[in-house]
Design a protein around this ligand. Structure first.
Ligand SMILES: NC(=O)c1ccc[n+]([C@@H]2O[C@H](COP(=O)([O-])OP(=O)(O)OC[C@H]3O[C@@H](n4cnc5c(N)ncnc54)[C@H](OP(=O)(O)O)[C@@H]3O)[C@@H](O)[C@H]2O)c1
Length: 323
């Protein structure tokens, strides 16, 4: 099969499109003929050796999520059959013509969604779900601030919070990204480059502050997040973001707000993935979630896909397709 592989860490050495041995499903896995693979910031960070879970061997096939057609079943898999369209989390990389998908986190892709859209569901929606519901327990009537609303996780978090009956504020760095956040359902979009997002959150909530913040850039924003938060508010940090070193956490504000600050990673979420999938799939079947794919790149252009992912100059998701 053809697969995109990383042969050396760092971004100076381009990824290769290689001919490799076909993937074979292990116990509890599906073998899936790739329709599309999601491209995520963690794919780039792992390649740079800066991701929290970096450290595997070389060469390796990048990519954590995919959608495609089931063509084989590993030992013990009973709930899927060949020919089904599925999406889910991949073991052993998703930038390949054949991928191994963890059956426990996979689901049948409902008909209205294409493989390209399916490839953008797993990471964004599971992360947003983890942040909003497993950690922050966001509920109807609460106000949620989604930082980075035009990215993959932001797109998912805005929609899930709206479907829950929350009031949703989102941050974005341009008018185009702001319009995208509004399309996803954000009630208010704040340009964090030109406005003080904490002051705006206070103003928009009559001085009270927001109940929940979904944070994509802990280093840059955590201090101000505490200003934007109401008493008993919850902040969920999913990424360190730009810059170096530790975030400054204003301890007095942490106390006066009775604030809760959570960290999350996808690895620790694995045991709760089946529960999340069970609750997410009905929303997909009812076609209530939008997965916006800004660009699809072919395997041969994987390097360009990573360059775009690093630039941040896109809306929603980037995916890779085999041809
Ligand atoms: N811990 C986990 O479980 C987990 C899971 C998935 C993803 N992540 C991480 O979470 C982050 C977001 O993932 P993603 O897939 O949504 O990435 P993405 O698609 O690249 O989107 C990130 C968004 O954040 C915005 N942003 C960057 N700096 C910001 C800041 N200081 N304040 C507000 N917005 C800012 C960017 O746009 P603008 O700056 O142009 O507005 C961009 O729209 C990534 O770092 C990713 O690695 C963590």
């Amino acid at each position: 099969m053809k697969a995109v592989r990383v042969h050396q860490l760092g971004l100076d050495v381009p990824m290769h499109l290689d001919e490799v041995e076909d993937a074979r499903p292990g116990p509890g896995e599906l073998l899936v003929k790739l329709g599309a693979a999601g491209v995520n910031p963690s794919d780039v960070a792992t390649r740079m050796g800066t991701h929290v879970h970096a450290g595997g061997g070389l060469p390796y096939i990048p990519g954590l999520e995919a959608a495609g057609e089931v063509v084989g079943l590993g030992e013990g898999v009973k709930e899927f059959r060949a020919g089904q369209r599925v999406f889910g989390r991949c073991a052993g990389g998703s930038y390949a013509e054949l991928v191994r998908m963890d059956a426990g986190t996979a689901a049948v892709l409902p008909e209205p969604y294409s493989y390209r859209e399916g490839a953008g569901i797993t990471l964004p929606f599971r992360t947003a779900w983890n942040a909003l519901f497993f950690k922050a327990h966001a509920g109807p009537g609460e106000t949620v601030l989604v930082q980075g609303g035009a990215g993959g996780v932001g797109m998912a978090a805005i929609q899930l919070a709206k479907l829950t009956g929350c009031r949703v504020f989102a941050t974005a760095s341009s008018d185009e990204k702001a319009a995208f956040c509004r399309d996803m359902g954000a009630d208010v979009v704040i340009n964090y480059r030109t406005e003080d997002f904490a002051a705006r959150c206070k103003e928009l909530t009559g001085g009270r502050g927001v109940e929940v913040i979904v944070e994509v850039s802990g280093r840059e924003n955590l201090g101000k997040d505490l200003d934007a938060l109401c008493v008993n508010g919850r902040i969920v940090v999913m990424a360190a973001g730009r810059g170096e070193g530790a975030a400054a956490l204003p301890v007095p504000a942490l106390m006066t707000k009775d604030a809760q600050v959570f960290g999350i990673t996808g690895v620790n979420l694995v045991p709760r993935m089946p529960e999340y999938v069970r609750r997410l799939v009905p929303l997909l079947r009812q076609n209530r979630l939008k997965i916006y794919v800004d660009r699809a790149f072919s395997f041969a252009d994987a390097e360009a896909a990573h360059a775009l992912a690093r630039s941040g100059d896109f809306l929603g998701k980037i995916v890779l397709v085999p041809a």
